[in-house]
Design a binder for this molecule. Structure first.
Ligand SMILES: Cc1cc2nc3c(=O)[nH]c(=O)nc-3n(C[C@H](O)[C@H](O)[C@H](O)COP(=O)(O)O)c2cc1C
Length: 355
């Protein structure tokens, strides 16, 4: 039988009720990395809205890896309990609770978008300890990062593993390593941001070392019975940057390390890339990686229509579809999509009289 958007997806010991996944989306609503009632309501309403899995926003594995002071974190045990409440509710709705593990590298310490999104230093409520593979600022108004040394890189890898253990303690059933969008792991992948001459830079093998070591460390810290996904940017959209063929090659390596899905986004490395944004514009990369690397993929990016999302799965272009902004507008997108595609709709009992 051909898989479709509302076919279950089995990953290790877990079965997702459908292939609609809420994409990770920063909410800038945590306090010192700790989840608030906003997260319970935000994640909970999409779980009650029928999605098969939710990947909670980029959660910093170290405090200096936050994009903003209000990012979620997983660098301390105090982060576990409030997340546990949100994840327990998500799971109670038949939805797989997941979370993205992240380090922002040179893009750290900025204000929330609605406060301007601008970089801030320690004196303005951010911090000054900004790190990256090389001492190259993201943009003229960003701080010049410190180049990580061997000990600093080891600390980052261990922090990803420790964060995965805390995510599990909080009840997450899916973790995603954030290796996309120009954040720290991607900064090591891309020749635009990695100018190192040691074993962490230069060749493909060296530039991908951090992505591979983080994935291996998280896999070891995370139960074998549960899925691990990795989000990558398939291209920097810049000549001489990270590209789609390297992404295929990296995906093969990630699969060998126990990555269950490569979640395929693009861009984010440099501010001036020309990105040809259009409906479903990144799906072709998910398709290429799935075909050429033989790895399950997730497709994301301006997928907004039920028939469009269903076709991505039916045509074998990806195994799951991640939705971002449309789920901010329409928390019950999955219920409406199931109805429009003549599939059984995942409507909570409490809401049956509304449909
Ligand atoms: C408010 C907001 C926050 C986001 N935060 C994250 C994040 O934490 N991690 C991530 O990988 N992508 C993040 N993204 C990107 C989304 O996951 C998604 O890839 C992107 O929005 C494209 O999908 P869409 O067209 O369905 O929105 C964010 C997007 C938005 C709109």
């Amino acid at each position: 039988m051909t898989a479709h958007l509302f076919s279950p997806l089995t990953q290790r010991s877990l079965t997702f009720r459908n292939r609609v996944v809420m994409a990770p989306m920063c909410q800038y609503s945590a306090v010192d990395g700790v989840a608030t009632d906003w997260h319970l309501a935000h994640l909970g309403s999409r779980a009650a809205g029928g999605v098969g899995a939710i990947i909670a926003e980029a959660s910093a594995v170290l405090p200096n890896g936050r994009i903003s002071p209000a990012d979620l974190g997983l660098w301390d045990d105090k982060h576990i309990e409030p997340l546990r409440r949100a994840f327990a509710f998500v799971a109670s709705q038949g939805c797989v609770p997941g979370i993205q593990l992240a380090h922002a590298g040179r893009k750290a310490s900025t204000l929330a978008p609605w406060l301007g999104g601008t970089p801030v230093g320690g004196a303005q409520g951010g911090w000054d300890d900004i790190v990256a593979p090389s001492a190259l600022p993201f943009a003229a108004n960003h701080a010049t990062p410190h180049e990580l040394d061997e000990a600093g890189i080891a600390t980052v890898i261990e922090a990803f593993a420790a964060a995965a253990r805390r995510a599990h303690a909080a009840g997450a059933q899916l973790v995603e390593v954030h290796a996309a969008h120009g954040y720290l792991v991607h900064q090591f992948l891309s020749p635009l941001t990695n100018r190192r001459t040691d074993r962490w830079g230069g060749s493909f093998e060296n530039r991908t070392r951090l992505a591979r070591e983080v994935t291996a460390a998280v896999r070891k810290a995370w139960p074998d019975s549960l899925p691990l996904w990795v989000r990558i940017s398939a291209t920097d959209w810049v000549d001489g940057g990270w590209n789609e063929d390297e992404s295929v090659e990296l995906s093969r390596e990630l699969a060998k390390l126990g990555c269950d899905v490569v979640d395929v986004s693009t861009g984010g490395t440099v501010p001036d890339a020309k990105v040809p944004v259009a409906p479903g514009f990144q799906v072709r990369f998910a398709e290429k990686i799935r075909r050429e690397a033989g790895v399950p993929t997730g497709a994301v990016g301006l997928i907004t229509e039920p028939a469009q999302a269903d076709a991505v799965v039916r045509e074998g272009r990806a195994d799951a579809v991640l939705l971002g902004r449309v789920l901010l507008r329409e928390p019950q997108w999955a219920i409406h999509a199931a109805r429009s595609l003549d599939q059984p709709a995942p409507i909570p009992n409490q809401y049956l009289r509304g449909f």
